[in-house]
Ligand binder design. Structure first.
Ligand code: VGL
Ligand code: ZN
Length: 189
C-alpha cells in the first residue's frame, strides 16, 4: 500500500505506545511488537511529506502503579517513568515536530486510552484533525480503547492492521470486532 496516496488534509497519524517494554526484550513484550516499526516509519514519512500531524503516545507509569502485579494489578511492571523501558523503540523515526501524549501517570487508575483525561480530543480539534490513522501497541489494549474513545469523540478512525499487534491472538480478533462495531475502518494491506 502506498500510504501517501491515502492520507489527506484533516487527517492525523496516531502511533500508540511503541516503547521498549512492549517490544521483544522488554518487561511486557508483545509478540512481534517490533515489526510494527518499519510499517509505521513508512506512514510517518508519508505524513511528513503531505504535512499531516503525527502524534505518539507513551505509557508512563509511576514505580508503584496500580496496574502492576505487585500492586494487585494485571500487568508486570512496565514503562516506568524515565526508564529505558518507557523510551520509544529506537528504530521508530518520530519527526521533530511530533506531538507526544503521556498517559498512565495517575497513581490511582490506569489510562489505557490515549483520550483518557489527556485533553487529546481537544488537541486534535485544535489541529483541525477529523480523521485519525492508528497503529502501535497493543492492538487489544491501548489501541482498542483509544479507537473506541476516538469514535465516541466523533473522529473518523482507520486502523492500520499491519502496524499493530495484540497481547493475545484471541484478544486481537475480539478487538477487530469491537472496533468495527463502532464504525472504525480496518485497513488490511
Ligand atoms: C498497554 C498493557 C498495559 C498498552 C499499556 O499500551 O497497550 N498494555 N499498559
Ligand atoms: Zn501500562
Amino acid at each position: 500500500m502506498k500510504s501517501d496516496e491515502l492520507l489527506k488534509k484533516g487527517d492525523g497519524l496516531l502511533i500508540v505506545d511503541v516503547q521498549n517494554d512492549f517490544c521483544p526484550g522488554g518487561t511486557l513484550p508483545i509478540d512481534k511488537g517490533d515489526l510494527v516499526v518499519p510499517e509505521l516509519n513508512d506512514w510517518i514519512e508519508a505524513a511528513e511529506k503531505i504535512g499531516i500531524p503525527v502524534y505518539a503516545s507513551r505509557d508512563f507509569h509511576p514505580k508503584r502503579h496500580i496496574s502492576f502485579k505487585d500492586q494487585g494489578g494485571p500487568w508486570p511492571s512496565h514503562c516506568v517513568e524515565d526508564s529505558e523501558g518507557a523510551s520509544f523503540y529506537k528504530d521508530l523515526k518520530l519527526p521533530d515536530n511530533v506531538t507526544i501524549i503521556t498517559k498512565g501517570v495517575r497513581f490511582d487508575q490506569d489510562q489505557n486510552s490515549v483520550f483518557d483525561q489527556t485533553g487529546f480530543a481537544e488537541q486534535l480539534r485544535h489541529d483541525g484533525v477529523r480523521r485519525i490513522w492508528v497503529g502501535g501497541l497493543a492492538q487489544d489494549v491501548c489501541v482498542l480503547l483509544s479507537v473506541l474513545d476516538a469514535r465516541k469523540a466523533g473522529f473518523d478512525v482507520n486502523v492500520i492492521m499491519n502496524a499493530t499487534r495484540p497481547v493475545t491472538p484471541e484478544g486481537g480478533r475480539e478487538s477487530i470486532k469491537k472496533m468495527e462495531q463502532v464504525g472504525a475502518v480496518i485497513i488490511e494491506d
